[in-house]
Every structure is written in C-alpha cells, then in structure tokens.
Write a protein that binds this ligand. Structure first.
Ligand code: ADP
Length: 426
C-alpha cells in the first residue's frame, strides 16, 4: 500500500483508539489529522475524516473501513456560520451582541466566530465528536460573567439603598408630623387651661372688690380708690385678653380687617401710655418715654397698633423680676419708624426668639417662669405689624431683659413725594 493509505490506516487506528466509551455505540468514527495528506483549499489545514468500520455482522470485528475526508473550507465558510446563526443567541452579531459563540482550532485560533471583537471566553467545550481537536467556546459580548455579576450587584445595591433612603425619609416625615401633632395637641390643651385661668382671675378679683365696695366695708377713701383701681385694671386686662382672642380667631379665619389712616405713631404711643402709666407706676414700675422730634407720619390702624403696644407692655410687666424698669422709645430708623419696648426682666434664650411669635407658644414653664398667659400676645403683635408692612425684632438674653422693636414704614413727606414725582415726569 502507498504512503497515503498507510497514513489513512494510521489515522483510522488513532481515531478508533481515541474514541471515548460514550461514543463506542456510534456507527461512524471521526478523526481529525494534525497535518494534511491531501491538497486542500486551505493550505496546510488538516482534514477531518469520517470512517465507517466494515463488519460482517453486528457483533463481528471490523475487517476494513470505508470513509471520507471533509472539506474544511466548506465547514468554516458555510457550515459553521449556518449552524451558529441557527442556534439560540448565535444570530447576534457585532461587538455589542450579548452572546458570542466561536469555534477554535487545535492551536486555539478562531476558525469561526459570530463576534469579531471577542477574544476571551467563559466556557469551552470539545467540538466532538466530529472535530475532536476543536473547541466550541462561548462568552458574553464585550464583558465577562464576573463583570456582569458585579455590575448587577452594584445596580441592585444602588436600588436597595434608594428604596431604603425613600423608606427612611418616609419614616422621618411621619415621625416629624406625629411629633408636631403631639406638640400642637399639648399646646392647645395648655392654651385652654391658661385662657380659663386668665379669664377667671380678673373676674374673681373684680367681683371681690366690687362686693367689698358695695357693702361699704372700705375703711378709708384711699382704700376705696385702690379697689376701684384694681377693678379698672382687671377689667382692662380682661378686655385685652378678649381682644387678643377675637383678633386671633379673625386672623385665623382670614376675616381680620384693618382701617389704615395717616397718623403720628408718637401720638398713639403717648395716648396708650397715658391710660396705662398710672397702673404701671402704682405696681412699682419706672416708666420712661423717649420720642424723637419731627417724625414723619405713618399709615396705621390706631386700634390694632395700640393693641400691639399694650401686648408688649403687658409682657414687659409680666416677665419683669426685681428690676421694674420699662423704657419706651419712638425714633426714625431708615425708612421706618421704630417703636421700642425694653424691660430688665427675665429675658428669653436665643433658641426661643423665633418660636415666641408662634401661636400658643410659651417659653418652657416651671424653671423659666410661672406666669400665666395665652401664648397669643406676640402672635397677634407679629400679625398686626406685618399687616402694616413692617416687622418685629427681638433682642434678649436670659437675665438681662428684652427689647422688642416694631418697625413700621413711615410715609414719605409730601414735598419729597412731589420731588420724586417731578423727577419721574422729567
Ligand atoms: P404669653 O405672654 O401669653 O405667654 P406671648 O405670645 O405674649 O404669650 O409670649 C410668648 C412667650 O414669650 C411668653 O410665654 C414668654 O415666655 C416670652 N416673652 C414674651 N415677652 C417677654 C418678655 N418681655 N420678657 C421675657 N419673656 C417674654
């Protein structure tokens, strides 16, 4: 036999010996040569053989074989592309495709791939039984399973944290709303208790002194005068409290009306102090009033502004300790007229400066003060001043007194207005 036949027989023997037990029942035997014995379209490409052992009976040993060599260029150019593009995921092409399928030869070179950019694979398996020396490889386009897994992990981590954040935010909001509701409920019930007390005390005093006077049990003219003064003071306090309550409810319902007129702020202050001074002085207070000369008028609601001033004076009295001094000052400050009420009382901590203007709010009772009140006084003051286009300032430190300043915009003098008017016309 010629050398080609010898080589074929060798090839057949090698292929039958290399058969795995699982392939023992197959009729055909496949073999892939390392080097070519035939002239082939792909120079030097080893052919693939299919051998059919020839036997006389099913259990007989083969006495020879018939076979054929497969054309590799056909396999590479037509058979594999067709096979892979029909397989699931194999139809994807290009560098972005999800799944890359490739066939590698015995030197790990690509025989065929559906993705040109790919060069590392996740799994490889023998392309048996036909191409025993080749491998079928698969991987994910442009990425590895590890990268894909860590990417997925990162995405789900971000999602989990976002959900957690939203959840925590929700819980935070609910807790805040609940705390606010509780605080409001507490302040409301404290308000009811305080207002009842505020209403009852002056009424009880008025009744007591009126009865004493009625029964003529007063020892001296001076004592009678004192009793009348108490009755007048207490009824004034009652009126002020009721005014505040009515004002507050009107403001809350949006029904509060103001009647603005051009007036002198200094005059309003002097009028209020005229009626209030006697009571202050007889309760042991030293009251000073300082008014700057030639102040411009302002557009004000007299009653509302008097009420705001009375609330400030009332607080100055209520929250003064041993040092009973109240200083009222009216002066120009920039475009505004500043109305100051200063006392030397218990003062207010910095952290409370904003809250004291909230409705029902009272600085913590007990250690700070035991004075009763509705917690509406400053809320009403703030509303009145803001309705005038102004604002309220507070300067205060615990132990060194407080100064409340109402800033009300002044009206421009007529001459100045005319000047401005002509300038605009020019
Ligand atoms: P009330 O005096 O009825 O409690 P306000 O709204 O007038 O209500 O005042 C709110 C809180 O501000 C008071 O409870 C008090 O603690 C504090 N406060 C107001 N004015 C003064 C002041 N002149 N000195 C010290 N504390 C004050």
């Amino acid at each position: 036999p010629g050398s080609e036949v010898t080589q074929l027989i060798e090839q057949y023997d090698r292929a039958s010996a290399a058969r795995s037990p699982s392939e023992a029942n197959q009729e055909a035997i496949f073999g892939q040569a390392v080097c070519s014995i035939f002239q082939n379209s792909r120079a030097g490409a080893p052919p693939v053989y299919v051998f059919y052992p020839l036997r006389e009976g099913p259990e007989q040993a083969p006495f020879g074989f018939a076979g054929m060599a497969l054309d590799q260029s056909f396999i590479e150019r037509e058979f594999l592309p067709g096979l892979i593009s029909e397989s699931p995921g194999g139809a994807n092409r290009g560098p972005d495709s999800e799944l890359t399928l490739a066939v590698l030869d015995e030197n790990n070179k690509r025989v065929y791939s559906n993705n040109d950019a790919r060069n590392s694979y996740e799994v490889k398996t023998a392309f048996a039984p036909v191409f025993t020396k080749w491998q079928l490889a698969a991987g994910y386009g442009g990425t590895t399973i590890e990268a894909l897994a860590s990417d997925n992990f990162r995405k789900s981590l971000i999602l989990t944290f976002s959900v957690l954040l939203v959840l925590m935010l929700g819980i935070g909001l609910i807790l805040r709303a609940t705390a606010r509701e509780m605080r409001l409920a507490e302040t409301k019930s404290a308000f009811v208790a305080n207002v009842s007390h505020e209403l009852k005390t002056p009424l009880a005093l008025i009744r007591l002194f009126a009865e004493t006077l009625e029964l003529g049990r007063v020892e001296s003219e001076q004592k009678a005068e004192e009793d009348y003064r108490i009755i007048s003071n207490e009824s004034r306090r009652l009126t002020q409290l009721i005014d505040n309550l009515l004002d507050f409810s009107k403001t809350e319902a949006g029904r509060k009306e103001y009647h603005f007129v051009e007036a002198s702020l200094a005059q309003i202050v002097e009028d209020v102090l005229k009626t209030y001074r006697y009571q202050l002085v007889s309760s042991g207070f030293e009251l000073s009033l300082e008014v700057e000369r030639g102040l411009p008028p302002a557009s004000v609601d007299r009653d509302a502004l008097s009420q705001a001033l009375l609330n400030l004076l009332d607080n100055a009295v209520k929250y003064s300790g041993e040092e009973k001094k109240i200083a009222v000052r009216v002066q120009q400050r920039g475009p505004d007229i500043a109305l100051e009420v200063a006392d030397r009382g218990i003062g207010i901590p910095r952290s409370e400066h904003r809250k004291i203007f909230e409705k029902f709010y009272r600085v913590g009772t007990g250690l700070v003060h035991n004075t009763k009140g509705s917690g509406l006084g400053l809320a009403v003051v703030k509303h009145i001043v803001e309705a005038h286009g102004g604002h309220v300032l507070v300067e205060s430190r615990p132990g060194s007194g407080s100064r409340f300043t109402l800033l009300i915009p002044a009206l421009k003098p007529l001459i100045e207005c005319q000047k401005a008017d002509t300038r605009i016309r020019e």
